[in-house]
Design a protein around this ligand. Structure first.
Ligand code: ATP
Length: 468
């Protein structure tokens, strides 16, 4: 069982292609509707992907909802009254500029094509986009001329009930945030929160992206983790700064290195009309460069005001002294898929161990995110006495941690490689010494550490505390 001496870690060995391949090979993420040739912009989480995804969401919920006194949880419906989206402005404005390849009919985001040609297209009008395309001679990626740009609304439409008609029109929500705003009064009435306070929600969102791409980065169905933090107008700057630091704590907790996360202060002329300050947090996706990981905005009280006007219901908050106000809001908004992608990019490593020239791939995941905390196995699977002892250890740990796996396939070296590749921090092996062949080592197992390959002997009764 010699498997020591980590050598030569190759920095940033990750590419999105390698990660996509590993995810498919090891059961993290599969193409959606795979056996039918896939469905663009959709991905399915496999057994390990769902474990990693759930771990990210649990940690987020613990840090931002359960771990705080001033936060309340919510789980609103995906289908909402169409009036919500009229009031929020999504029906009219939630669109991206689209251009078509005039020969193949393929659609592209005009602002992305401009960006690929070194032109920052944020906030440009359709006319400006058209003239830039003309002026710079920009063609489709297939080399064909492009159509004029037009706005394309990204909301997925459906109909509710048995009869089709405008009154049955619904949208799959393009963000979870509006579910929070429309429940503001419900939460205030039932929980009597004191300002400042926030509501957090994790849930699916749907956007009919013109060109889904880059693995989970831009997809049509994804999960968001969003917070609306309600404040008095005069305190928004102070609270904004506190959340600013909280966001960095979160990225640290995900194990993202500071050098791979950066802030992009959205310039004043690019801010949405209701936002006084927005910071995009970007991650350095290998091979792609920095792009959005999470958004962080001060949205004034625009949304509550809009819903108050459209619904005719008061969304005012009444202070202890009787003063009424419509709170302002700070919004940290995270995509789960982008967090998962960043975590995998950060964790992906290739190195060699010992004298071997073999390159191993491993995921250096933080323990609290790894799909399995430990893998238990008998040294040999055809020795019933080893298997029985290993089973006892497995059952013991499974009760305490749940995310413990069993692996008795192949030889122990191959098991280590398999567990390394899925990021399992510890492999626990039961051998003949555990059974007392060497009396000094009776009831002691080998714990092998993923990153260093180092091994130590630990008493069965101490394993649990060793893994914590
Ligand atoms: P982008 O500019 O990249 O399209 P956005 O600014 O429209 O993103 P927001 O509306 O601020 O995104 O959504 C909040 C978060 O939701 C984003 O930071 C991102 O993590 C996630 N997100 C948004 N759109 C997608 C998508 N199509 N696929 C995966 N995640 C997404």
């Amino acid at each position: 069982m010699s498997d020591t001496n980590t050598l030569a870690i190759v920095p940033r060995a990750a590419t999105l292609d390698k990660i996509t391949a590993l995810c498919k090979r090891r059961g993290f993420v599969f193409q959606g509707s795979d056996i039918y040739g896939g469905l663009k912009g959709t991905w399915d989480l496999g057994p390990l992907g769902v474990a990693l995804n759930n771990n990210i969401k649990r940690e987020w919920w613990n840090m931002f909802v359960d771990g705080r006194e001033d936060m309340y949880g919510l789980d609103a419906s995906i289908l909402m009254n169409a009036k919500v989206w009229e009031a929020s402005g999504h029906t009219g404005n939630f669109s991206d500029p689209l251009v078509e390849d005039t020969e193949t009919g393929e659609r592209y985001r005009a602002d992305h094509l401009l960006k690929d040609n070194g032109i920052e297209a944020e906030g440009l009008s359709l006319e400006q986009i058209d003239s830039l395309i003309l002026e710079k001679g920009i063609k489709s990626p297939k080399g064909n001329p492009l159509s004029q740009a037009r706005q394309f609304n990204m909301m997925f439409e459906s109909t509710i009930g048995a009869t089709a008609g405008p009154e049955g029109k619904v949208y799959l929500r393009p963000e979870t945030a509006q579910g929070i705003f429309v429940n503001f009064k419900n939460v205030v009435d039932t929980m009597s929160p004191k300002l400042p306070f926030g509501i957090g929600q994790i849930g699916k969102a749907f956007r009919n992206e013109i060109a889904p791409r880059e693995f989970l980065f831009r997809v049509r169905e994804f999960e968001q983790m969003e917070i609306e933090y309600f404040v008095r107008e005069g305190e928004w700057e102070v609270e904004f700064e506190k959340w600013h630091l909280n966001l960095w704590d979160w990225f640290d907790h995900l194990g993202l290195s500071r050098g791979n996360v950066r802030e992009l202060e959205v310039p004043e002329n690019d801010l949405a009309h209701y936002s006084k300050r927005t910071i995009d947090f970007e991650y350095n996706y290998p091979g792609k460069g920095f792009d959005e990981l999470a958004g962080f905005a001060y949205r004034t009280n625009h949304d509550l005001q809009a819903h108050m006007k459209a619904s005719g219901k008061s969304l005012e908050y009444v202070e202890a002294n009787g003063t009424k106000l419509v709170p302002h809001v700070i919004e940290p908004s995270f995509g789960v898929g982008r967090a998962l992608t960043a975590v995998l990019c950060e964790a992906y490593r290739e190195d060699t161990l010992g004298d071997s020239d073999d390159v191993r791939t491993y995921l250096k995941l933080p323990n609290h995110l790894a799909p399995y905390l430990a893998c238990v196995s008998p040294l040999l699977k055809n020795k019933p006495e080893l298997v029985a002892k290993a089973r006892t250890v497995f059952t013991l740990l499974k009760k305490e941690f749940t995310n413990i796996t069993w692996d008795d396939n192949g030889n122990v070296g191959k098991r280590y490689r398999r567990q390394d590749e899925i990021g399992t921090p510890y492999c626990i092996v039961i051998d003949f010494d555990t059974l007392g062949e060497n009396p000094d080592l009776l009831d002691m197992v080998t714990i092998r550490h993923r990153d260093s390959g180092e091994q130590e002997r630990v008493a069965i009764s101490d394993i649990a505390s060793r893994l914590k």
